[in-house]
Write a protein that binds this ligand. Structure first.
Ligand code: BES
Ligand code: ZN
Length: 641
C-alpha cells in the first residue's frame, strides 16, 4: 500500500500517540507522576528500517498494549489476551505484528472476529502475524498462549530460587524476545504505552517495569491474585518486563527501593545503600530522572545478564551482592540507561552503541561523582582492557565488527552484544569530552537527552545533532574529533587516549614481581579493592606453572572468592592453565549462577583445552544446563558439543 511520506512520518513518530493511548485507558490523572510530554515527530530517526521486525508501522502501528494474563506454573504458560490500540494509515487493511512461538486462538475487535494468518517462520525473527483490519477498527484483542520454552521467559522450580520454597517467573525482552510473550510490533523504534493485569497463584507477587496500581494485589478467584500496572510513557517493547515469585520489598530512599526474595533482602538492601545518591548524581549531570520511582529487582541466580534496565525496575543478578558494595557500578549502569536507552533509544539494533556506549560513559561519570576519579579511572581501564581483548577476538583492528555501527543483516542482534558497543562507544565519548572540555561536553549531552527524550535515535541523527549543537561549523574541531572514523571505521582511531590509572600501575609492579619469581605472600596487596584484584589477575602472564597457581591459591584463597568478578577472573586463568585444584570451585560456580558473561567464557575456555577440557565441560554442563536461562543455554549450546 503506498503511503505518503507525511503519513509515514506521522505514524512512526511517537507524537501525541502516547497521550491518546494513555487517555484511552481512563487512568490518566489519577496519579501524581507526570506522563511523558508528547515528543515532536522525528522523521529522520523514524525512517530507519528495522530488519529485526516484520512490522510495517507506516501502514498500521501499535500505540498501546493492554495485557490480561494468567501465569500457569504447572504448564509453564502465560495465557490470556493482549488488546492493542492502533494508529492506521488511510486505506490500510492490515496490521503486521511480531510473534515467536505464540499460540493464537482468536483475534477480535470487540465481539467481531478478525481474520488472521501467520507468515513463514524465520529462525531468528519468528513469524509475522497479519491481521485483517476492517474499516474503522482501532482496537483489537488477541487471545493467546505462550510456549513453555518461550525465550523471554524463565519458569523456575522452587529449587532454583534462593528461598527454595516457591516457583518463580521472570521475563527478559531485550533484544527481540518480547515477541515470545507479547504479540506486538517488537521494534525499539515503535514506542508503546502499556497497561497490564497479571493473575498469579497465591502467595506469589507480580512486579513489572511500570507503576503499580495494586501493590498488594486484589482477589481473582480462589487461590489467585491479580496485580495491575500501567506505563503511561511510551516505551520500546523490549522494556516491558515481568517478575513473579516470593518477592518482598525494602525502601532504600525517597524514591528507590529493592525487591527480592525474603532471604536475600538484607544482603540486597545493604549492598544497594547508595542508590538514592546515584540518582541524585545522575540528575545533576544530565537532567531530571523522568520515570518516577527507581527500584531494583534482584533475581534468582539464573538471571542471564548482569543487569537489565527495565524502566522503574532494574533487573539485577544476585552475583553483584559481593557484601562490600564493590560491584555497584552495575547499578550505576542500569540507572544511566534511564536516560541513554530508555529516554533516547537506539532505533534499530545496528545502533546498539547509542544505548550501551552512552550508558557506559554515563555510568562512569556517576561512579566518579560518588566514589572519586581514582575508582572511575580503574573501571575505565578494566573496560579498555576488555575492549582490546574483544577486538582481538573479533579478528583485530581491521575486523568489520569492530565498527560502532554494525551490519546485522541476517544475524541475531545478540551478535552485536560485544564490548565494541560498550567500551569503544564510551571511549569515543570520552575522547570528545577530552577534546571539547567537560563543561561543553556535558552541556551538549544534557541537551541531547532533552531534545530526543522518548524518541528513537540513529547513528546518522546523532551525527547531525552533535554537528548542529556542539561542533557548530568549527572545521578544526570537526577534524580533531574524527567522528566518521569512530563510527564507520573498524578499530580504534588515533585520537583515542587509553585510560591511565596510577593505582593499576602499582598493581602491575606486583604482577611483574610475581611473574619474576616473588612469592605471592610477599606481594604488597594490602588494601586492594576488587578492581585492583581484577587487574592483578588480568595482568599476570597467560601461562603460569602449577607451583605459581598453588602459591596464588594458598596465599589468596581464590577458589573460595565470594566476589563473583574475582572468582571469574581466577577460574578463567585456572582453566587456561589446566589447574585441576580449581575444578571443584569451577563446578560450584557454574552450577550456582547462570550469568552468561561468566558462564560462557568459562565453558569456552574449557573447550579450548581439547582433550583435557572438553570432558569436563560436558560433565559440568549436563549438570548445570537445566538451571540456566534459555539466553545462557542457547549461547553455551553453540560452544559445548
Ligand atoms: N541492556 C543491557 C543488557 C542486554 C543487552 C540484554 C542486550 C540483552 C541484549 C544491560 O544494560 C547491560 O549492559 N548489562 C550488563 C552489565 C553492565 C554493567 C555492562 C550485563 O548484563 O553484563
Ligand atoms: Zn547496558
Amino acid at each position: 500500500m503506498p503511503v505518503s511520506a507525511a503519513v509515514r512520518a506521522a505514524l512512526l513518530a511517537t507524537a501525541a500517540l502516547s497521550l491518546t493511548a494513555c487517555g484511552s485507558t481512563g487512568l490518566s490523572g489519577l496519579f501524581p507522576e507526570r506522563p511523558a510530554p508528547a515528543p515532536a515527530p522525528q522523521p529522520q530517526a523514524a525512517l530507519a528500517r528495522d530488519i529485526h521486525s516484520f512490522a510495517r508501522p507506516e501502514v498500521a502501528r501499535v500505540t498501546h498494549v493492554d495485557l490480561d494474563l494468567r501465569a500457569d506454573f504447572a504448564a509453564k504458560r502465560l495465557s490470556g489476551a493482549a488488546t492493542l490500540d492502533l494508529m492506521v494509515a488511510p486505506g490500510a487493511t492490515e496490521l503486521v505484528l511480531d510473534t515467536r512461538g505464540l499460540s493464537i486462538s482468536r483475534v477480535r475487535a470487540g465481539d467481531r472476529e478478525l481474520q488472521f494468518a501467520f507468515g513463514e517462520q524465520d529462525r531468528i525473527l519468528g513469524r509475522p502475524l497479519t491481521i485483517q483490519l476492517p474499516e474503522g477498527v482501532r482496537r483489537i484483542t488477541i487471545e493467546y498462549l505462550t510456549a513453555p520454552d518461550a525465550a523471554a521467559l524463565q519458569w523456575l522450580e522452587p529449587a532454583q530460587t534462593a528461598g527454595k520454597g516457591h516457583p518463580y517467573l521472570f521475563s527478559q525482552g531485550q533484544a527481540i524476545l518480547t515477541r515470545t510473550w507479547v504479540p506486538t510490533q517488537d521494534s525499539p523504534g515503535i514506542r508503546q504505552t502499556w497497561t497490564a493485569r497479571i493473575v498469579v497463584p497465591e502467595p506469589l507477587r507480580a512486579v513489572m517495569s511500570a507503576e503499580q496500581l495494586t501493590p498488594r494485589g486484589e482477589p481473582a478467584g480462589p487461590g489467585w491474585r491479580a496485580y495491575r500496572f500501567r506505563e503511561p510513557r511510551a516505551v520500546p517493547p523490549y522494556l516491558i518486563a515481568l517478575g513473579v515469585g516470593d518477592i518482598s520489598f525494602r525502601s532504600l530512599g525517597r524514591r528507590s527501593g529493592v525487591y527480592t526474595e525474603p532471604v536475600m533482602l538484607d544482603a540486597a538492601a545493604n549492598e544497594l545503600v547508595d542508590v538514592e545518591r546515584m540518582i541524585t548524581a545522575a540528575e545533576r549531570l544530565y537532567g531530571p530522572y523522568r520515570w518516577g520511582r527507581y527500584d531494583l529487582l534482584v533475581l534468582p541466580p539464573s538471571f542471564p545478564f548482569g543487569g537489565m534496565e527495565n524502566p522503574r525496575l532494574t533487573f539485577a543478578t544476585p552475583t553483584i551482592l559481593a557484601g562490600d558494595r564493590s560491584l555497584v557500578s552495575l547499578v550505576a549502569h542500569e540507572l544511566a540507561h534511564s536516560w541513554s536507552g530508555n529516554l533516547v533509544t537506539n532505533a534499530t539494533w545496528a545502533d546498539f552503541w547509542l544505548n550501551e556506549g552512552f550508558t557506559t560513559y554515563f555510568e562512569n561519570r556517576i561512579m566518579e561523582a560518588l566514589y572519586g576519579p581514582e575508582r572511575a579511572v580503574m573501571l575505565q581501564s578494566l573496560g579498555y582492557r576488555d575492549l582490546l581483548a574483544e577486538i582481538e577476538g573479533l579478528g583485530g583492528m581491521a575486523a568489520p565488527d569492530t565498527r560502532l555501527h554494525i551490519d546485522l543483516a541476517g544475524r541475531d542482534p545478540d551478535e552485536g552484544l560485544t564490548d565494541i558497543a560498550y567500551e569503544k562507544g564510551a571511549l569515543f565519548l570520552r575522547t570528545i569530552e577530552r577534546i571539547v572540555g567537560r563543561e561543553r561536553f556535558d552541556a551538549w549531552l544534557r541537551g541531547y537527552f532533552d531534545r530526543h527524550a522518548f524518541k528513537p535515535m540513529t547513528t546518522e541523527l546523532f551525527l547531525q545533532d552533535i554537528r548542529a549543537n556542539l561542533i557548530r561549523g568549527d572545521a578544526e574541531l570537526e577534524r580533531r574529533l574524527m567522528l566518521e572514523d569512530w563510527i564507520y571505521k573498524p578499530g580504534i582511531p588515533s585520537n583515542a587516549q587509553p585510560p591511565q590509572s596510577p593505582a593499576f600501575a602499582r598493581v602491575e609492579v606486583q604482577a611483574r614481581a610475581f611473574a619474576a619469581g616473588a612469592p605471592a605472600a610477599n606481594l604488597a596487596v594490602q588494601g586492594w579493592t576488587t578492581q585492583e584484584w581484577q587487574h592483578f589477575l588480568g595482568a599476570l602472564p597467560k601461562t603460569l606453572t602449577r607451583a605459581q597457581l598453588d602459591d596464588l591459591e594458598q596465599a589468596f584463597d581464590l577458589n573460595e572468592a565470594g566476589n563473583s568478578e574475582i572468582r571469574f577472573a581466577w577460574l578463567r586463568m585456572a582453566v587456561d592453565n589446566r589447574y585441576e585444584p580449581a575444578l571443584p570451585s569451577l563446578e560450584r560456580f557454574l552450577t550456582s549462577q547462570g550469568r552468561r558473561k561468566f558462564v560462557l567464557p568459562l565453558f569456552q575456555a574449557l573447550m579450548n583445552e581439547g582433550d583435557w577440557g572438553r570432558p569436563i565441560a560436558l560433565r559440568i554442563y549436563a549438570k548445570a544446563r537445566p538451571g540456566y536461562h534459555p539466553v545462557t543455554s542457547g549461547s553455551v549450546d553453540a560452544v559445548v558439543k
